[in-house]
Design a protein around this ligand. Structure first.
Ligand code: NDP
Length: 259
């Protein structure tokens, strides 16, 4: 079987007309990704808890002549997570691209970690992501077409002090994504995991351990941080590849970030 001939055109032509679901679209990377996907011609379902933020984004997406579905939900509820996928499929008739981006980052030392907080983080960052993948698989298998892009982190490749719980979740996303790829590739389903370094978003605002938050902010302030649009551009680049190309993994840091 031969692949189509090479081309140097990097425009995300393959995204036009695709149906995408972006989780965690009320801010940061997810919001930027939804905007860029819409600019590239995708139809989009957006999900997060803050309905007002989703509605504001939906207005911008509709101004780009995109068909948008707003799905407010708490994805830490696994049944709700699976229902979000089904609602997107019911509205658009199919789901081509699932971007599992919703996540939290609760950093604190292991000795004193609030395990209820880490349980919630694991539920959202790992189990909810697994749940949306499970819900999307039957439709993608039936159509022999689909792409799942999971957002992990450098913390899924490089472990640091005070990031044990978060690293465990992102390591989990990386491992799960490779298992998923190997279970699904024969049905023409692509799986990509993206591992960003420091991105300037709201994510750090939820760190309850003051010294860790201060240290992370000081570290981030000392570098030219990645912007949400940088990750969005990478996601759209992966999603726009021809069907025979599966970019499995992208590790991307700010130029100024060493570890
Ligand atoms: P943001 O805090 O801006 O975005 C997180 C998104 O997740 C928001 O839309 C939030 O919406 C949503 N979310 C959080 N909890 C839930 C929930 N229970 N149910 C549904 N949605 C939820 O941060 P980022 O854009 O930075 O984070 C996006 C992803 O990127 C995360 O997975 C994060 O781990 C990852 N990442 C971020 C990096 C960074 O440096 N910023 C680096 C590497 C990876 P709402 O609150 O409205 O529910």
């Amino acid at each position: 079987m031969s692949a189509p001939s090479a081309s140097f055109n990097l425009a995300p032509a393959g995204v036009a007309g695709r149906v995408a679901l972006v989780t965690g679209a009320s801010s940061g990377i997810g919001e930027a990704t939804a905007l860029l996907l819409a600019q590239a011609g995708a139809r989009i379902a957006i999900c997060a808890r803050r309905a007002d933020r989703l509605e504001a984004l939906a207005a911008k997406l509709r101004a780009l002549a995109t068909d948008v579905l707003v799905l407010p939900a708490d994805l830490a509820d696994l049944q709700a997570a699976q229902q979000v996928v089904r609602n997107a499929e019911a509205h658009f008739g199919r789901l081509d691209l699932l971007v599992n981006n919703a996540g939290v980052m609760y950093l604190e030392p292991i000795d004193t970690a609030d395990l209820a907080r880490w349980q919630h983080m694991t539920q959202l960052n790992v189990l909810s992501l697994i749940a949306t993948c499970q819900a999307a698989l039957p439709g993608m298998r039936a159509r022999r077409d689909g792409h799942i892009i999971n957002i992990a982190s450098t913390a899924g490749r490089q472990a640091n002090p005070n990031a044990g719980g978060y690293s465990a979740t992102k390591w989990g996303v990386v491992g799960f994504s490779e298992s998923l790829r190997r279970e699904a590739y024969k049905d023409n389903i692509r799986v990509t995991v993206i591992e960003p370094g420091v991105v300037e978003t709201e994510l750090r605002e939820h760190i309850a351990h003051g010294p860790t938050q201060a240290a992370l902010n000081a570290w981030a302030d000392g570098m030219r941080q990645l912007q949400s649009a940088d990750i969005a551009r990478t996601i759209v680049f992966c999603a726009g590849q021809p069907a025979h190309v599966n970019i499995n993994e992208i590790l991307m840091r700010p130029t100024d970030q060493e570890r």
